[in-house]
Design a protein around this ligand. Structure first.
Ligand SMILES: Nc1ncnc2c1ncn2[C@@H]1O[C@H](COP(=O)(O)OP(=O)(O)O)[C@@H](O)[C@H]1O
Ligand SMILES: [Mg+2]
Length: 286
């Protein structure tokens, strides 16, 4: 058997040029995407995915061509929240055609690839320690494939829904030719502020503008809100989305709240945030 030290270069797998080719494909593919915005939070369960789905829907309602990349490989929720779960991925000459939601949002998610609900995505490795080491690079590979091999077509906006954790944004930003901005989601609590503060630091480090902080589930907890966090961090405050059980129920039905109940307070705030984000992106365009 050959050992690693006996293998010269990439051992004939040509892996380096494969990755380079894929990265080149990714760059070509994203040339027709006018803006890429990542929705982040160091904290889980604060509503990143809900915010992403609703901002996507609100922008689509305003006439934008919108795509959503679900970068949460192990907890994908975008297909569910946008009502495309179980839709087939059609493979054509130009790559994989993503399913389109009722509002025309193109969605790519691990959820559309996994055969059943119960099996988590695992990285096979001889030991758990190695699995941990591999995870980061495997995630990057999977996301690079999603970006390079999905036939996004021309988009005004590609929203990227990130998994919780402060390190994940760096991985995604590293893959993209350019990130247009980041949106940071928090909930009114000390615990959230503590973690999300770090996310703002990481968001800044990408070099892309931090478009602002959204306080989600406003009114649910008495803790310090997103406005203070935004102020202390010197980034814009985009608004507070009230806690509203009907928003969660709509998401479970696969209907973004901004479309299902546009007059509800939470939907109005999300629609206003989407309008502001669209304006900021338009103003930043050369
Ligand atoms: N403003 C809100 N009001 C009520 N429920 C909400 C609100 N925002 C999110 N939720 C619900 O909270 C849960 C977690 O939200 P999710 O968007 O999945 O968070 P994350 O992506 O940050 O983990 C979901 O069931 C979602 O429907
Ligand atoms: Mg999520």
């Amino acid at each position: 058997m050959k050992r690693y030290r006996d293998i010269v270069g990439d051992g004939g797998s040509n892996i380096v040029s494969q990755v380079e080719a894929q990265q080149a494909r990714l760059t070509t593919r994203l040339r027709d995407v006018r803006a890429i915005v990542a929705v982040v939070s160091g904290k889980g369960g604060v509503g990143k995915s809900s915010v992403t789905a609703n901002l996507a829907a609100a922008c689509a309602r305003a006439g934008d061509r919108v795509g959503v990349l679900d970068a949460d490989l192990n907890g994908p929720t975008m297909a569910k929240m946008l009502g495309v779960r179980g839709a087939p991925l059609v493979v054509g000459a130009g790559g994989v055609t993503p399913p389109t939601s009722a509002l025309g949002v193109r969605v790519m998610s691990m959820d559309l690839l996994l055969a059943d609900d119960a099996t988590p995505l695992t990285w096979q490795a001889p030991s758990q320690a190695e699995a941990h080491t591999w995870r980061g690079s495997m995630e990057a590979n999977a996301l690079r494939e999603f970006l390079a091999d999905t036939d996004w077509g021309a988009l005004d906006l590609l929203l990227v829904d990130l998994p919780p954790g402060t390190d994940r944004l760096a991985t995604v930003a590293g893959l993209l030719p350019a990130l247009s901005g980041t949106i940071v989601v928090t909930i009114p609590s000390d615990v959230s502020s503590l973690v999300v503060r770090k996310s703002i630091t990481v968001a800044r480090q990408t070099g892309a503008p931090v478009l602002g902080v959204i306080e989600n589930m406003a009114g649910l907890f008495p803790g310090p809100g997103g406005e203070r966090l935004a102020q202390e961090s010197g980034v814009p405050f985009l608004g507070g989305v009230p806690f509203d059980p009907a928003l969660a129920a709509a998401a479970d039905r696969g209907e973004p709240y901004v479309a299902a109940a546009p007059e509800a307070a939470a939907a109005r705030v999300l629609t206003a945030i989407a309008a502001r984000v669209r304006e900021t992106l338009a103003a930043a365009r050369p």
